[in-house]
Ligand binder design. Structure first.
Ligand code: PAN
Ligand code: ZN
Length: 192
């Protein structure tokens, strides 16, 4: 018989509202302000200035009530606001799953990108409503809003995957994503 380290949640219906970017019934919501993104933007002084200038909300993550525990499949909707700091488009912190497990994102609204880095190679998936971005095990991932309106996507991931944010601080993400004259521009992560 299957044994669980914690009780599984019962079968349930989760209402997905693409317009509001919400899940019902809703679980925890996380708000990431500029001050939460320390050490991630290329231009540290511009980041400090943005924190001093009102510390704006960069993104939020609303989760369903499916918990982050082994064998469960939690879901969440991330909404990244449009904007850039010293030309670097607003983004999520980015993380690696320490247990190297896969994940999918489904684009809901707005225009974004999914940047993946396995320590050597980078990959970019352009995310529009209806696009499923697949992250294989071992690929760190970060989402970027490349449009003029909020960018929202649904994430579904193994509950026991864990989130390692230190990995990105240590290894970077391979590339940075800037607002160029004619669209998105990529630069090497370590370039000034
Ligand atoms: C997503 C991310 C979410 C926020 O649910 O956690 O988009 O990004 P950061 O976690 O990098 O701040 C996911 O990839 N979960 O595994
Ligand atoms: Zn993830």
């Amino acid at each position: 018989m299957t044994t669980y380290s914690s009780l599984p949640v019962p079968p349930m219906s989760i209402r997905f509202d693409p317009a509001g970017g919400t899940l019902q019934p809703e679980g925890p919501t996380l708000t990431r302000r500029m001050s939460d993104l320390e050490g991630l933007f290329r231009d540290h002084a511009a980041w400090e200035q943005a924190v001093a200038d009102g510390d704006p909300v960069v993104y939020s993550v609303v989760s369903s009530r499916v918990p982050e525990v082994e064998r469960e499949l939690p879901q969440s909707i991330t909404t990244i606001q449009p904007g850039s700091t010293a030309g670097e488009l607003w983004m999520t912190k980015g993380h690696q799953h320490p247990n190297h497990q896969g994940e999918i994102y489904l684009g809901i609204s707005g225009h974004g990108g999914l940047l993946m880095f396995n320590g050597t190679e980078t990959e970019w998936v352009d995310m529009t409503p209806g696009t499923i971005g697949y992250m294989p095990p071992g690929w760190a991932h970060r989402s970027i809003n490349v449009g003029d309106e909020p960018y929202s996507f649904l994430a579904v991931y193994p509950g026991g995957a864990g989130h390692d944010y230190g990995w990105v601080l240590e290894h970077g993400m391979g590339r940075r994503v800037l607002a160029g004259e004619t669209g998105v521009e990529f630069v090497d992560y370590s370039a000034d």
